[in-house]
Design a protein around this ligand. Structure first.
Ligand SMILES: O=C(O)CCC(=O)C(=O)O
Length: 222
């Protein structure tokens, strides 16, 4: 009952960030505990790691689930069907996560979203993610669904050029952003996460980013 009331209140605060981009406040509230349990299971099999990029080590620790996982090394970024740490396929995408992502996408007007990749980002305090576009998927007709759990953060919502001004969007536990259509290639990022303790995740923020990756598009991109 309490969760229902909170969800109704949260839904009233849903916000269109730009054409094709919708912030769904509290959309993951009922599923959050289960999703975090899934993250624990996934990262037992495919542990969090700080990946290397051509410009240095990322402050965010990452893992993946689904048919493809986003990976990076000194030569660039790509999707891979295998976890380079284990040589094994990534853990399967949990049904609860898939359902939540499809429902969120449908709410934002993207009815046929069928994600096959989920990047799991873990932000310890002081971790951040610079402005970037999600453009390695080879499929820009499908949206991205991004779920925030745990510590709050400021999401940067930019434009189609890196130099465009970026809106600062405060995100809290269980908020979900869907962006596709005219907003699919907008630059976005996350400001440095501040110190704190959240009852659901302790001293970190977890982000789940679900994407639909074209199978042929798993080559290295820089
Ligand atoms: O952590 C977030 O909210 C955003 C993550 C993100 O932009 C990404 O994984 O590409």
């Amino acid at each position: 009952m309490t969760n229902d009331l909170f969800a109704d209140d949260a839904a009233m605060r849903n916000t269109v960030l730009s054409d094709g981009a919708l912030l769904l406040r509290g959309f993951a509230l009922d599923a959050a505990r289960n999703l975090l349990g899934c993250v624990d299971d996934i990262t037992r099999a495919a542990p969090f790691r700080q990946m290397l990029t051509p410009s240095g080590v990322m402050s965010v620790a990452m893992s993946n689930c689904g048919q493809f996982g986003w990976i990076s090394d000194q030569n660039g970024y790509r999707y891979s069907a295998l976890d380079p740490l284990s040589g094994q396929p990534w853990p399967a995408l949990p049904i609860a996560l898939l359902d939540l992502a499809k429902n969120a996408a449908a709410k934002a007007g993207f009815k046929d979203f069928s994600p096959n990749a989920c990047l799991i980002n873990r932000y310890a305090p002081s971790a951040k993610m610079g402005l970037h576009q999600d453009k390695n998927e080879g499929n820009f007709s499908a949206p991205i669904v991004s779920i925030s759990l745990g510590l709050p953060a400021i999401f940067l919502w930019g434009g189609l050029q890196r130099s465009d001004p970026a809106m600062r969007v405060p995100l809290v536990h269980s908020d979900v952003i869907v962006f596709g259509g005219a907003s699919r290639l907008r630059y976005h990022g996350v400001l440095t996460v501040k110190d704190g303790i959240h009852p659901a995740t302790a001293a970190c923020r977890i982000n789940l980013t679900l994407r639909q990756v074209r199978v042929a598009n798993t080559q290295r991109v820089c």
